[in-house]
Ligand binder design. Structure first.
Ligand code: MIG
Length: 819
């Protein structure tokens, strides 16, 4: 970060200097204050209106709002006047009615809910939060402060908190740094960062939310401010954590834990979760800059099918358009898009096309004309249109913060949808402009009626673009789920889109960063994320590509992508040996799709992040604070991707409890590290004891086969374990009307028996009738099996992997296996 941006280090202006500057003015300077940092002074009074408490130091006011039992919001108005309530991030600002009380003594005011107390000190206006055992989790180091901004109006606003020696930090979106971000400073200002480096900051997204964990207790801070924001986690001084913004309100949510999982789930109650994606979007996607002309696309599709490598989606990057004009086709390359897309679709491929925000200035181009006639493009402070160069040449840019523009934009997809396009990829929406990087600060935005310059709208521009895209597609698709992917985004973008991490590089360190960035995005509210498998720029060798495919199986979004100046980059591009391993792992992804889909449902419905880093599972264990290799996908499967060239074994940490090696079914004790084999054709994958993992028969694409049976692998446990399984149509919004089935399995065994109980919720009925259960790890030789109390006559012998097979009706309530 440049010194210029660091307001904390700007020299302060003295009264003498200021008076020097105004000595020729005739007006008296009474009341004119020098511009310098000002701090809240002691609290003079307070007023309560329902769940809002207003404290004042005589001039500045602070609002403390009880949002829910576990969430309290703090807001500062330096001169006593709050801005209008408005947020792009928070979809439901009013949560359920909460219980709270107010207390005052000599020293403090206290706003108390069932779980959190917000304490305001009368003497110096310091604000702190404690749980109901009196443990202080978060407290101001100095009072909130601000500095007037003479150029733009408003204030730079600051908050500085105590930081304990054993306090660690997680979150903040896509930062390409170590998973634990203690000791670092970051800024949020969405930026197109081609071929970004480790520790480069900022990147494409702005997610001003983090979880702090102090002595095993977690809490969250979400600074809902769209301006350029800064976070310092004990970087400048080891005992302070600060966050500040270049404008807008100092407005943050304190989110109670104590578990990081609670914090992230509650953050989701504020900012929303991903809607369910169409099921095919969880398959393998193949992308490149660019596949054209049509013959190349067809050839690619044919290769996948002939080689029997599963794939669901093919992407068209910018070259499919006519001179990079959005919503047009290059008819030389793609003479009949509708026919081509239909043929691809008959072969099981979905077509996803890229759409950028820059609209070519060209009076013969209908999109430009419509935008111009309706004044939909962004303008500068002096009313000139904002112009900048991007791929199409000279462009203007829709103001996506205007709801009318969003509706117009959504409608522009009509022809693409009629041509059969199934998904849209929004790129360059930081927004990126060649040369200058992005828009100048003075560009004006409608900001949903709340008006603002680009300083205020920059970080939400991409999110509002993909929102317009998603909402438009949703309308055009009738009741079918759209698929969208965006490069830029602000908190809450998960309600509209998946994301990828942008222009990474083909290197082993970037493979590591890919894993960290996806884990970080997942604990920052954006579960549906992935990376360019293989690295966007540069050339991976076969080994790196294969290791990246392996990680990709366990990222919620799985897509191979590469820049135009690189060699071909398909799963077969590195020779038959690598092709075989790549196939094996892409097949694994497809077998696990029902598990992956169920994990997605848990994210959508309950706000559980899909990827869960070790610290999220065992935050109380100090030795976990810096672990970043292992994570779980959903609740049951743990992976530790191999991220070194030539590596054939790996030390893997398994959390407390019992685990099984996914490949060998060997049982392993958790709470410790294990050395495991990891030759190139394998990778460390473990399953929690007691898990019930659904698998589909192998398909080349989602929907190729309607399974006539679902297979479940059930891992023996001697303590009770629950698992969930979700299914529905896979491509409609009927789940919003409870047309789905959510199954719960309970598994437990002892030395001579094991039971599996099943219960079910929801209104969806799948067509298949039976399950095939494979029991793994039974410590006894089973002789009898009872299904709902009836003894069965089934072959209970162990297969070559030590599994016992049971076939059952899908509606069983209880199965018992007995020695
Ligand atoms: O200026 O559309 O990150 O995925 O292939 C480059 C071309 C524009 C950047 C994206 C990349 C995409 C590329 N785009």
């Amino acid at each position: 970060m440049g010194e210029k941006d660091n307001k904390e280090s700007l020299p302060e202006i003295s009264i003498e200097q200021l008076e020097e500057g105004v000595q020729h003015v005739n007006n008296p300077i009474v009341g004119l204050m020098p511009i310098e940092k000002r701090y809240l002074k002691g609290v003079k009074e307070y007023v309560q209106t329902s769940n809002n408490f207003y404290f004042s130091d005589g001039e500045a006011r602070v609002e403390v709002r009880v949002v829910s039992d576990e969430i309290i919001r703090v807001k500062l108005a330096p001169h006593g006047t709050f801005l209008e309530e408005f947020s792009y991030a928070v979809s439901k600002p009013e949560q359920r009615v909460t219980l709270f009380s107010f207390h005052e003594d000599e020293e403090f005011y206290r706003v108390k809910t069932n779980t959190v107390t917000c304490r305001v000190s009368k003497k110096d206006f310091l604000i702190s939060f404690e749980d109901n055992t009196g443990l202080v989790t978060n407290e101001d180091y100095i009072p909130m402060h601000w500095e007037e901004n003479a150029d733009f109006g408003g204030y730079y606003v600051y908050c500085t908190k105590h930081c304990a020696t054993n306090e660690n930090f997680y979150g903040l979106g896509d930062k390409p740094s170590s998973f634990n971000i203690r000791g670092r400073r970051f800024q949020n200002w969405a930026t197109d960062t081609y071929s970004f480096a480790r520790d480069q900051d900022p990147l494409y997204r702005s997610i001003p939310f983090y979880t702090g964990i102090k002595e095993g207790t977690g809490y969250g801070i979400f600074l809902d401010n769209t301006y350029k924001t800064f976070f310092d986690f004990a970087h400048q001084e080891p005992n302070k954590t600060s966050f500040w913004a270049e404008g807008g309100e100092l407005q943050y949510y304190y989110i109670h834990g104590p578990h990081m999982m609670d914090v992230v789930k509650r953050y989701h109650t504020l900012t929303g979760t991903h809607p369910l994606p169409p099921q095919w979007a969880l398959g393998f996607h193949q992308c490149r800059w660019s596949y054209y002309p049509e013959s190349k696309v067809k050839n690619l599709a044919q290769n996948f099918r002939e080689r029997k490598i599963p794939c669901d989606a093919i992407y068209l990057d910018i070259d499919y358009m006519d001179g990079y004009r959005c919503f047009t086709w290059n008819k030389k390359y793609f003479p009949d898009p509708k026919r081509m897309i239909k043929e691809l679709s008959n072969d099981g491929f979905k077509t996803v096309v890229i759409i950028d925000p820059g609209i070519k200035v060209d009076d013969n181009y209908w999109v430009y004309r419509e935008g111009k006639e309706n004044r939909y493009f962004c303008r500068r402070s002096d009313d000139y249109y904002m112009e900048g160069h991007v791929w199409p040449g000279r462009c203007q840019f829709p103001d996506f913060t205007n709801p009318e523009v969003r509706t117009w934009w959504g409608g522009l997809f009509k022809e693409l949808v009629e041509a059969g396009v199934a998904g849209v990829w929004n790129d360059m929406n930081e927004p990126a402009v060649f040369g200058s990087g992005t828009f100048p600060n003075d560009v004006r935005h409608q900001f949903d009626g709340h008006r603002g310059s680009h300083r205020k709208a920059h970080n939400v521009y991409g999110m509002q673009m993909v929102r317009a895209t998603y909402d438009g597609l949703k309308k055009l698709f009738k009741n079918k789920r759209p698929f969208t992917i965006t490069r830029s985004g602000y908190s809450g973008v998960q309600r509209y889109s998946s994301v990828w991490t942008g222009d990474n590089l083909a290197s082993w360190d970037h493979l590591k960063l890919a894993s960290i960035q996806c884990q970080r995005l997942s604990v920052s509210g954006i579960s549906f994320c992935g990376t360019d498998i293989g690295g966007f720029t540069g050339e991976p060798d076969g080994e790196l590509f294969t290791r990246w495919i392996q990680l990709g199986v366990f990222t919620p979004f799985m897509r191979a992508h590469s820049a135009g100046d690189t060699r071909e980059r398909e799963p077969w591009s590195f020779g038959p040996e690598f092709e075989a391993i790549n196939r094996k792992f892409i097949e694994l992804r497809y077998r696990l799709l029902p598990y992956i889909y169920s994990a997605f449902w848990e994210q959508h419905k309950y706000g559980f992040p899909i990827l869960r880093p070790i610290v999220m599972i065992e935050q109380e264990n100090e030795s976990n604070i810096n672990r970043e290799d292992e994570f779980t996908f959903g609740d049951k499967i743990l992976i530790s991707p191999v991220m070194q060239p030539g590596q054939t074994s790996k030390i893997v940490y398994l959390p407390q409890g019992k685990w099984y090696d996914y490949w060998t079914h060997e049982q392993l004790e958790g709470g410790t590290e294990h050395t495991v084999e990891a030759p190139l054709d394998s990778m460390p994958i473990f399953v929690r004891a007691g898990s019930v993992i659904p698998e589909w028969p192998l398909m080349q694409y989602v929907g190729e086969i309607e399974p006539d049976e679902i297979m479940f692998q059930i891992y023996y446990t001697d303590y009770e374990v629950n698992s969930f399984y979700f299914e529905d149509h896979g491509d409609t919004f009927a789940y919003e009307q409870d047309i789905y089935t959510e199954k719960k399995f309970v598994v437990k065994g002892d030395s001579s028996s094991m039971f599996i109980r099943q219960s079910s919720e929801g209104l969806y009925t799948p067509r298949y009738e039976t399950y095939e259960l494979k029991l793994i790890g039974l410590p006894f030789v089973p002789l009898k099996v009872y299904i709902d109390g009836k003894e069965q006559n089934q072959d209970l012998s162990f297969d070559e992997l030590g599994r016992v097979k049971i076939r059952t009706n899908k509606n069983f309530r209880e199965i018992q296996v007995i020695k």
